[in-house]
Design a protein around this ligand. Structure first.
Ligand code: PBG
Length: 327
């Protein structure tokens, strides 16, 4: 056959295929979620997230050691407090679960990046992400509480705070509060386009953060919307976010691509609990090759334009990169 164009030429050998890769992955881009339970001593497996654990304050260093031995250098912390109330006051306590976890990690591993999730749903007795006014989350009343939480995390030594509450104006309020308290260098990773998703189910079981009534559609984004994600990112960028985020990842690859193209800020994607749990369940049923599905889905997020990825598979993906299976 007289064919001028033969794309197969660049697929001929493994070496040439590696040369021709358009997307490169690095362990440096992986962030691992760690759940710290104030009431726990030691390590307890999380039922809704097979392979993941709750850590007590006395054992959170083990999670960090596992990360470091896999080459993972960054974590995001979620807390399960001993006490909840209507305004989530355990979220900003000087000796709260996250504040203590940050101190414990930073004392032993000062270079390990610690990002803290700033939200109220794990700390409120009603499970909503802010202060209630009747059955609604009161946006403006919530902002002052979020600021207190973020400042307390920064004071404990967090490198970045990641507000996941989806209140309007939260990035500006956090930036101002951090600056006023001398934390100009604490970065804000904004959960900019966070959708009201069914993919958070296993996380809510793990974190005890499901709303006791209603849902989060009044503050998280409608999955039908794409332009609104651009608008959310634009607002967060204008308010001083250092990193933007799209969450979940897999069902929102189009949104990741658009946000990556439209903004010059680094873009994070969060491959959430339901994405992980689906792969785990399909693999446990013998239906898919877990390792390859894990690699392919993570790769798709970077190909879509994300610069970094929060994933429960961070350690395994790091291993796959090192073994040359991906990257
Ligand atoms: C807190 C928060 C949630 C997740 C991250 N931060 C739950 C929610 O919004 O209900 C979900 C993460 C995951 O599913 O892995 N607001």
């Amino acid at each position: 056959m007289d064919l001028t164009n033969r794309p197969r030429r660049l697929r001929r050998t493994d070496c040439i295929r590696r040369l021709n890769r358009e997307t490169r992955m690095s362990v440096d881009s992986l962030i691992y979620p760690i759940f710290v339970d104030e009431t726990l001593s030691g390590v307890r497996p999380i039922e809704s997230l097979p392979g993941q654990n709750h850590y007590g304050l006395d054992s959170v260093y083990q999670a960090v050691e596992d990360c470091l031995s896999a080459g993972v250098k960054h974590c995001i912390l979620f807390g399960l407090p001993a006490r909840k109330d209507a305004c989530g006051s355990s979220a900003w306590e000087e000796r709260g679960v996250i504040q203590e976890a940050v101190r414990a990690i930073k004392a032993e591993f000062p270079d390990f990046t610690v990002i803290t999730d700033v939200c109220m749903c794990e700390y409120t007795d009603h499970g909503h992400c802010g202060i209630l006014h009747g059955h609604e989350v009161d946006n403006d009343a919530t902002l002052a509480y979020l600021a207190k939480i973020a400042v307390s995390h920064a004071r404990a030594g967090a490198d970045m705070v990641a507000p996941s509450d989806m209140m309007d104006g939260h990035v500006a309020v956090l930036r101002k509060a951090l600056d006023e308290n001398g934390f100009q260098d604490t970065a804000i990773m904004a959960y900019s386009a966070k959708y009201a998703s069914a993919f958070y189910g296993p996380f809510r079981a793990a974190a005890g953060s499901a709303p006791s009534f209603g849902d989060r559609k009044g503050y998280q984004m409608d999955p039908h919307n794409r332009k609104e994600a651009l608008r959310e990112c634009a607002l967060d960028a204008a308010e001083g976010a250092d990193i933007l985020m799209v969450k979940p990842a897999l069902s929102y690859l189009d949104v990741i691509r658009e946000c990556a193209d439209a903004f010059d800020l680094p873009l994070c994607a969060y491959s959430v609990s339901g994405e992980y749990a689906m792969i785990k369940a399909a693999a446990a049923a013998g239906l898919v090759d877990e390792r390859r599905i894990m690699c392919e889905t993570a790769l798709s997020v970077f190909r879509a334009g994300a610069n970094m990825l929060i994933t429960y598979y961070a350690q395994e993906i790091a291993n796959a990169i090192r073994m040359g299976e991906i990257g």
